[in-house]
Ligand binder design. Structure first.
Ligand SMILES: [Zn+2]
Length: 155
Protein backbone atom coordinates (compact mmCIF):
# COMPACT_ATOMS: atom_id res chain seq x y z
CA UNK A 1 0.00 0.00 0.00
CA UNK A 2 1.64 3.28 -1.05
CA UNK A 3 1.86 5.89 1.63
CA UNK A 4 0.00 9.14 1.57
CA UNK A 5 -1.66 8.80 -1.81
CA UNK A 6 -5.15 8.76 -0.45
CA UNK A 7 -4.89 11.89 1.61
CA UNK A 8 -5.23 14.94 -0.59
CA UNK A 9 -8.10 14.24 -2.90
CA UNK A 10 -10.70 16.64 -4.12
CA UNK A 11 -14.11 16.36 -2.58
CA UNK A 12 -12.91 15.10 0.77
CA UNK A 13 -12.58 17.62 3.50
CA UNK A 14 -10.60 16.39 6.44
CA UNK A 15 -8.73 18.33 9.03
CA UNK A 16 -5.03 17.65 9.53
CA UNK A 17 -5.90 16.07 12.85
CA UNK A 18 -8.35 13.69 11.22
CA UNK A 19 -5.85 12.73 8.56
CA UNK A 20 -3.26 12.04 11.23
CA UNK A 21 -5.77 9.91 13.08
CA UNK A 22 -6.56 7.89 9.97
CA UNK A 23 -2.91 7.52 9.16
CA UNK A 24 -2.23 6.14 12.62
CA UNK A 25 -5.11 3.72 12.34
CA UNK A 26 -3.84 2.69 8.98
CA UNK A 27 -0.36 1.97 10.26
CA UNK A 28 -1.74 0.03 13.20
CA UNK A 29 -4.12 -2.06 11.19
CA UNK A 30 -2.29 -2.58 7.97
CA UNK A 31 -3.90 -5.26 5.89
CA UNK A 32 -7.26 -5.23 7.58
CA UNK A 33 -10.17 -3.78 5.70
CA UNK A 34 -12.03 -2.50 8.71
CA UNK A 35 -10.48 -1.72 12.05
CA UNK A 36 -11.96 -2.69 15.39
CA UNK A 37 -12.26 0.95 16.29
CA UNK A 38 -14.14 1.61 13.13
CA UNK A 39 -16.54 -1.25 13.68
CA UNK A 40 -17.16 0.08 17.15
CA UNK A 41 -17.75 3.57 15.82
CA UNK A 42 -20.12 2.30 13.18
CA UNK A 43 -22.12 0.25 15.66
CA UNK A 44 -22.25 3.24 17.97
CA UNK A 45 -23.39 5.51 15.17
CA UNK A 46 -26.11 3.08 14.20
CA UNK A 47 -27.49 3.00 17.71
CA UNK A 48 -29.82 5.61 19.07
CA UNK A 49 -31.02 6.87 15.71
CA UNK A 50 -27.89 8.88 15.19
CA UNK A 51 -28.05 8.44 11.47
CA UNK A 52 -29.05 12.03 10.81
CA UNK A 53 -25.57 13.13 11.75
CA UNK A 54 -24.46 11.85 8.37
CA UNK A 55 -24.99 14.88 6.19
CA UNK A 56 -24.73 15.07 2.49
CA UNK A 57 -21.29 16.14 1.50
CA UNK A 58 -19.84 14.76 4.72
CA UNK A 59 -18.26 11.47 4.00
CA UNK A 60 -16.51 8.95 6.10
CA UNK A 61 -13.11 8.10 4.84
CA UNK A 62 -10.42 5.70 5.81
CA UNK A 63 -7.14 4.74 4.19
CA UNK A 64 -7.65 2.35 1.34
CA UNK A 65 -11.20 3.36 0.67
CA UNK A 66 -11.86 3.94 -2.98
CA UNK A 67 -11.47 7.69 -3.22
CA UNK A 68 -12.64 7.74 -6.79
CA UNK A 69 -15.92 6.22 -5.77
CA UNK A 70 -16.19 8.80 -3.02
CA UNK A 71 -15.59 11.60 -5.44
CA UNK A 72 -18.28 10.28 -7.68
CA UNK A 73 -20.63 10.03 -4.75
CA UNK A 74 -19.81 13.48 -3.49
CA UNK A 75 -20.03 15.41 -6.72
CA UNK A 76 -22.49 13.30 -8.54
CA UNK A 77 -25.34 14.69 -10.56
CA UNK A 78 -25.99 11.17 -11.69
CA UNK A 79 -28.33 10.17 -8.92
CA UNK A 80 -26.12 7.25 -8.04
CA UNK A 81 -25.71 6.04 -11.58
CA UNK A 82 -21.94 6.09 -11.49
CA UNK A 83 -21.69 2.93 -13.49
CA UNK A 84 -23.44 4.57 -16.41
CA UNK A 85 -21.28 7.64 -16.01
CA UNK A 86 -18.05 5.69 -16.08
CA UNK A 87 -19.13 3.53 -18.98
CA UNK A 88 -20.10 6.57 -20.99
CA UNK A 89 -16.86 8.37 -20.29
CA UNK A 90 -14.95 5.25 -21.19
CA UNK A 91 -16.86 5.20 -24.43
CA UNK A 92 -16.05 8.85 -25.11
CA UNK A 93 -12.38 8.25 -24.36
CA UNK A 94 -12.31 5.24 -26.64
CA UNK A 95 -13.98 7.13 -29.49
CA UNK A 96 -12.42 10.54 -29.09
CA UNK A 97 -9.28 9.98 -27.07
CA UNK A 98 -8.03 12.51 -24.56
CA UNK A 99 -7.08 15.69 -26.44
CA UNK A 100 -5.27 18.32 -24.38
CA UNK A 101 -6.71 21.33 -26.19
CA UNK A 102 -9.87 23.22 -25.21
CA UNK A 103 -12.25 23.46 -28.15
CA UNK A 104 -13.62 26.79 -26.96
CA UNK A 105 -10.65 28.94 -26.00
CA UNK A 106 -7.95 26.93 -27.74
CA UNK A 107 -5.81 26.51 -24.64
CA UNK A 108 -3.59 23.48 -24.98
CA UNK A 109 -1.35 21.31 -22.86
CA UNK A 110 -4.19 20.62 -20.44
CA UNK A 111 -4.10 17.36 -18.59
CA UNK A 112 -5.99 15.38 -16.03
CA UNK A 113 -8.58 17.35 -14.12
CA UNK A 114 -7.82 20.59 -15.98
CA UNK A 115 -9.73 19.46 -19.02
CA UNK A 116 -13.10 17.71 -19.26
CA UNK A 117 -15.37 16.07 -21.68
CA UNK A 118 -18.45 18.28 -21.75
CA UNK A 119 -21.75 17.17 -23.15
CA UNK A 120 -23.47 19.69 -25.38
CA UNK A 121 -27.04 19.16 -24.27
CA UNK A 122 -26.58 17.04 -21.14
CA UNK A 123 -28.44 14.17 -22.70
CA UNK A 124 -25.24 12.17 -22.61
CA UNK A 125 -25.83 10.25 -25.76
CA UNK A 126 -23.29 8.00 -27.35
CA UNK A 127 -22.84 10.39 -30.21
CA UNK A 128 -19.43 11.79 -31.06
CA UNK A 129 -20.80 15.18 -32.08
CA UNK A 130 -22.43 15.65 -28.69
CA UNK A 131 -19.14 15.94 -26.90
CA UNK A 132 -16.82 18.89 -26.45
CA UNK A 133 -13.34 18.93 -25.02
CA UNK A 134 -13.31 21.91 -22.67
CA UNK A 135 -11.01 23.34 -20.04
CA UNK A 136 -12.54 23.80 -16.60
CA UNK A 137 -13.50 27.51 -16.94
CA UNK A 138 -15.00 26.93 -20.40
CA UNK A 139 -16.88 23.88 -19.16
CA UNK A 140 -18.40 25.92 -16.33
CA UNK A 141 -19.29 28.70 -18.71
CA UNK A 142 -20.78 26.24 -21.15
CA UNK A 143 -22.94 24.66 -18.47
CA UNK A 144 -24.00 28.07 -17.19
CA UNK A 145 -24.94 29.32 -20.64
CA UNK A 146 -26.92 26.18 -21.34
CA UNK A 147 -28.71 26.48 -18.03
CA UNK A 148 -27.11 23.39 -16.55
CA UNK A 149 -25.66 25.27 -13.61
CA UNK A 150 -26.60 23.42 -10.46
CA UNK A 151 -25.94 24.29 -6.83
CA UNK A 152 -23.52 21.37 -6.52
CA UNK A 153 -21.33 23.04 -9.12
CA UNK A 154 -20.67 25.96 -6.83
CA UNK A 155 -18.82 23.85 -4.29
ZN1 LIG B 1 -11.25 26.79 -22.54
Amino acid sequence: MPKGVYIHKRGIDLTDKQILHFKKLHEKNRGRSLTKEHKLKISKANKGGNKTSFKKGHITWYPGRDTLALQGHNNSNWKGDNVGYRALHDWVKAKLGIPDTCEKCGKSGLKGKKIHWANKDHKYRRKKSDWLRLCVPCHRKHDYEKGFWKPWNKK
